[in-house]
Design a protein around this ligand. Structure first.
Ligand code: GAL
Length: 666
């Protein structure tokens, strides 16, 4: 090593978009490293993430720590002018470690141990793993915490990937019992909360309690939600231990974790509290295949992805990161892990990069530098082909880098006028008591978000803990468990509110509120829900709203309310019953809404709250970052962007080709 370069703190806040890449020096011959680093720098990348799966290289045998290769890799990358993000390697414990401490391995819901041979094979409750993970992170942080080339840290990798939050091991059972004893204090309190007078489920001591798997029928919903809460706390604690170690050895270097789309298995806001920047991994092609759209729409957006899903998660993780969000892994071409792995249209890698920036992301890093020729991900595209030739993603990254220079610098995303509430415990509540298989909270929230996006409205995602002062309208599509404190805050704010069906329908103990749903929301709007029903996929109810008939699906409630009726059910069952009621502060929707019906409900709510909106944008999407205006064309034909006559275009122009991006200021 030559003379160290002094560390410049706070290099993570740039006044312009920065790009990076995920790199695995341990997977490539040493002779390639210099050339790789040089080419990354030449391309214009600023960041490189390494290390997150390299434990077996760092410690090939118990206690035998081998840092030379990592010293060298960091040195090569840093000297080339790249800022290193170092990942802690705990997502992939080595074979010798799990052989030494078999209680590290997680147990699946079926009660079978999940074996070594892939990754994420650890149980968050294993005491051996807690100790061993802390040991390797401590050793790594002590060595590289003050390293001048290491500018940021990532803890672990994708908590929750491949259903790895819940483990049904003996270690988890032990920890769950302690957690319950702490939460409830007495077994009587637990019996009351869980409703164990039902089906003779009473417990005499905390030691009698099992994990909620392999039962004959479903568990008490409180038992299940408590297990999810417990598991979520285990993730928070596991992450927190690493963060504490890193803060000690690497002061001034931000800590991040790379979250995933479509994972609500633990409370991401809670983990977000302990880190400096939330990052997430953007794979829209698989997201489309596994997502909420109909087959016809999946066909339509096959090579662009769902036009709203990626933006939704940018906004969610901006909230999780309390304003600071990165993309740690951006899909650069087709991937390997979905049920089908279609290639994105040429141009989408560029579009996704600008989309991220427009939603407040400051750094986008691509997964990965070079496609690997062996092991599980050999079908996964990269910026380079396996032989080192640039692939399509590389060309698009070069284009983005040229465009970055054309944009005014220093623009930040501002607070939106509209907030959409995403609440993790409410998600767990509808998972524990679905009441109908078509009630999918993730899809419902995304449908509401998509309706706002199609009307050209920027959205902030918020939790119940968030500040609401900036908002004119707060939307809660699936807030099953509403806190009294949140309701009081909403009441004090100037925001108007729209609640979806099931809002306030469960207490924290997963009971029906004493005075019927919507529980604490009755403080904002006077109504009682006296009956709920879930509807089969083939059926729709009819709602008369204004002079138009709309189809309502999935869910219907019977409500009793003195408030103004804005829409009514029409048909042979309870004809004329209220479907949407409201007062000056809040509206409550008693019907599942999608498509035109949802657009109408949300469009009216925007008008009511005085939020400007545009006519339906179809396949065009817009976003704002400071003075910058962005448009993205997800459609198959050209589209005109709604720019004023004085618009100055920095990227693209008034007419946008499919898969194209425009950036302008007015
Ligand atoms: C992510 C993961 C990466 C890689 C990638 C492939 O979920 O963090 O390590 O496996 O998927 O798309």
């Amino acid at each position: 090593m030559t003379a160290p370069i002094p560390f410049q703190p706070d290099t993570t806040q740039s006044d312009r978009l920065e790009l990076g890449v995920c790199y695995y020096p341990e997977q490539w011959p040493r002779e390639k490293w210099e050339d790789d680093a040089r080419r990354m720098k030449e391309l214009g990348l600023a960041w490189v993430r390494i290390g997150e799966f390299a434990w077996a290289h760092m410690e090939p045998r118990p206690g035998e720590l081998r840092w030379e290769w990592l010293d060298e890799a960091i040195d090569v990358l840093g000297r080339a002018g790249l800022k290193v993000i170092l990942g802690t390697p705990t997502a992939a414990p080595p074979k010798w470690l799990v052989d030494l401490y078999p209680d590290i391995l997680p147990v699946g819901e079926n009660g079978i141990v999940r074996k070594f041979g892939a990754r994420r094979h650890y149980c968050f409750s294993s005491r051996s793993y807690a100790r061993e993970a802390a040991r390797i992170v401590e050793a790594m942080a002590a060595r590289y915490g003050a390293h001048p080339f290491v500018h940021a840290w990532q803890t672990d990798n994708e908590y929750g990937d491949h259903d790895t939050i819940y483990s049904y091991s003996n270690e988890a059972e032990r920890a769950f019992r302690l957690w319950l004893a702490e939460r409830y204090g007495s077994i009587e309190a637990l019996n009351t909360a869980w409703g164990t007078n039902f089906w003779s489920m009473r417990y005499g001591t905390f030691d009698e309690i099992d994990l909620p798997n392999n039962l004959v029928e479903e568990p008490s919903p409180t038992h299940l939600v408590d297990f999810i809460r417990f598991s979520s706390d285990q993730v928070k604690n596991f992450n927190r231990t690493q963060v504490d170690i890193l803060r000690c050895h690497a002061p001034g270097r931000p800590v991040t974790h790379n979250f995933m789309a479509n994972n609500f298995d633990f409370d991401h806001y809670e983990v977000g509290e302990d880190i400096d920047i939330a990052s997430w991994d953007v794979y829209p092609m698989g997201g489309l295949i596994n997502g909420r759209l109909s087959e016809a729409d999946k066909e339509r957006y096959l090579r662009t992805g769902d036009p709203d899903q990626t933006a939704f998660y940018h906004d969610l993780y901006r909230a999780v990161g309390r304003g600071r969000v990165w993309v740690m892994e951006q899909q650069p071409g087709p991937v390997n892990w979905a049920s089908h792995n279609q290639a994105p249209a040429d141009g989408m890698v560029r579009l996704w990069t600008w989309l991220a920036y427009s939603h407040g992301v400051d750094m986008v890093s691509y997964f990965r530098w070079r496609q690997i020729h062996s092991a599980q991900e050999q079908f996964h595209a990269a910026l380079l082909l396996p032989n080192g030739e640039p692939d399509q993603g590389h060309l698009e990254v070069a284009q983005v880098i040229a465009e970055v220079d054309r944009l005014p610098k220093g623009e930040r995303r501002e607070a939106a006028k509209v907030a959409l509430v995403v609440d993790y415990p409410s998600r767990w509540a509808s998972r524990a008591l679905p009441q109908g298989r078509s009630y999918q909270a993730t899809a419902i929230a995304l449908d509401w978000y998509a309706a706002l996006s199609r009307l050209g409205v920027d959205v902030d995602i918020v939790g119940q803990h968030s500040d609401l002062d900036a908002y004119a309208l707060v939307l809660a599509p699936d807030l099953l468990i509403a806190d009294a404190a949140f309701v009081a805050k909403l009441k004090r704010s100037k925001a108007k509110a729209l609640f979806g069906p099931r809002s306030g329908s469960k207490t924290v103990e997963m009971h029906i509120p004493a005075d019927l749903p919507p529980g604490p929301l009755a403080d904002l709007i006077d109504l009682k829900v006296t009956r709920v029903e879930s509807l089969p996929e083939f059926h729709s109810e009819t709602v008369l709203y204004g002079n138009e008939m709309h189809a309502s699906r999935v869910w219907r409630e019977t409500i009793r309310s003195p408030e103004t009726v804005l829409a009514r059910f029409s048909g042979d069952y309870r004809d004329g019953a209220p479907a949407l009621v409201g007062n000056d502060k809040a509206r409550y929707l008693a019907a599942g809404a999608q498509g035109d019906f949802l657009m109408k409900v949300i469009g009216d709510a925007l008008d009511w709250a005085g939020v400007a909106r545009l006519p339906d944008l179809g396949d065009l999407r817009l976003a704002r970052r400071g003075a910058l205006r962005f448009a993205f064309n997800y459609g198959k034909g050209p589209a005109e962007v709604p720019a004023g006559p004085d618009a100055v275009f920095h990227v693209g122009g008034r007419m946008l080709a499919p898969v194209d991006v425009a950036v302008w200021t007015e």
